[in-house]
Design a protein around this ligand. Structure first.
Ligand SMILES: [Ca+2]
Length: 185
């Protein structure tokens, strides 16, 4: 059982950059996760272009051994991004990045989630999760947010994509939590 930390104890912050220009790219071709039932891109495979709360719908539950991805993807041992049962989490980010899952993560993945801007590869984008290690519910955005809606007071981990610097507040103008982009100009 993993204890959920309060907002100001963000446990993970990840960012990655690429040399790709920030231009609109159709998501179906820009962001994907091609997953395989065996290591080294062997066995049978399925190419996903969006998050999936239950891989059994694609006959890929507890089957994955390797993958090639573009963007940031998070893989969970249980359905619904480990919301009901927090357990193993594995994540990776890159452009056409290939990897074999470490042995203890093979044949256990049951859901997977893309993290980042849905249409623009590597655009400045923040995502807050209500559980540690990118598990559970999430809210995200590309701009400053003076309040966090349903995530107020619940955020436990965070992922940052792009090059922007962000400041996360526990309190702001009466709202329990907010996130602002630092203006460095
Ligand atoms: Ca599983």
């Amino acid at each position: 059982m993993i204890t959920v930390a309060p907002l100001f104890l963000l446990v993970v912050a990840v960012s990655f950059t690429t040399s790709l220009p920030q231009q609109a790219v159709p998501r179906a071709t820009a962001v994907y996760a091609n997953v395989y039932s065996e290591v080294d891109q062997s066995g049978y495979n399925f190419k996903f272009t969006d998050s999936l709360t239950n891989l059994s719908a694609n006959y890929f539950e507890d089957t994955m051994d390797s993958a090639i991805i573009t963007g940031m993807w998070v893989f969970y041992e249980n359905v619904n991004y480990n919301t009901q049962n927090q357990d193993k989490v594995y994540w990776a980010a890159g452009i056409d990045y290939f990897f074999n899952f470490p042995e203890e993560y093979r044949n256990v993945i049951s859901s997977m989630r893309f993290v980042g801007h849905p249409d623009i590869l590597n655009a400045d984008y923040w995502t807050l999760f209500d559980m540690t290690l990118y598990q559970g519910d999430s809210v995200s955005g590309t701009e400053d947010a003076t309040s966090l809606g349903g995530m107020e007071g619940r955020a436990a981990s965070m992922a940052l994509i792009g090059n922007a610097n962000w400041t996360v507040f526990t309190f702001s103008y009466g709202a329990p939590a907010s996130i602002l982009r630092l203006d460095l100009s």
